[in-house]
Ligand binder design. Structure first.
Ligand SMILES: [Zn+2]
Length: 178
């Protein structure tokens, strides 16, 4: 996610580290190899943001560090708040048993930046400029899964979360019918 510049490296004990990204601010990088389908890590969710427990900007909490599963707003901690977007990502977020996991989608080598497509499970987000360098880079992250080119909506169908499908049953059923 878009992030402030800092000069320190944050190492994680589970095979990733946070450091400067050539794309945008900080990024999350692999310290070891991952094969497609490998669980890279369980997302570090700090807490749900509510009216009673709003973001605390004075503690460095930022809207860009939040995710929006199933209508909730949750604050990601390190290192996951620094996951950058790619229009052709090597990883994705899987929602299992109420938790989010980062899973490899392609072979990932040590040193590769781990990236996800922000539009998966997103039906009304904020659009950020993108220069991810993928041949199919859209130029911006875009605002909704349903505005992606149809072939990419179909490509991402198996990656959609149960809660996202439940919120958009007719659109997803139409895609599945092809
Ligand atoms: Zn892009």
């Amino acid at each position: 996610m878009p992030s402030e510049a800092v000069t320190t490296r944050e190492r994680s004990d589970d095979g990733v580290e946070v450091r400067e990204s050539p794309i945008q601010g900080l990024g999350v990088f692999a310290l070891r190899a991952f094969a497609p389908g490998d669980l890279i890590r369980v997302v570090n969710v700090l807490r749900e943001i509510t009216d009673d427990a709003p973001l605390r900007p004075e503690d460095g909490e930022r809207r860009e560090h939040c995710a929006y599963p199933d209508g909730k707003v949750v604050l990601y901690g390190l290192p996951d708040r620094h996951l950058n977007h790619s229009c052709d990502p090597n990883a994705w977020e899987r929602y299992t048993n109420g938790r989010a996991e980062i899973v490899a989608r392609r072979p990932i080598a040590p040193g590769d930046e781990i990236r996800v497509d922000y539009l998966i499970n997103n039906s009304g987000g904020e659009s950020w400029p993108c220069n991810c360098a993928a041949p199919r880079c859209r130029g911006r992250t875009g605002v909704s899964y349903f505005t992606l080119p149809l072939d990419q909506q179909r490509e991402y169908l198996p990656l959609l979360a149960t809660w996202f499908i439940a919120r958009h049953p007719e659109q997803v059923a139409a895609l599945r019918r092809g």
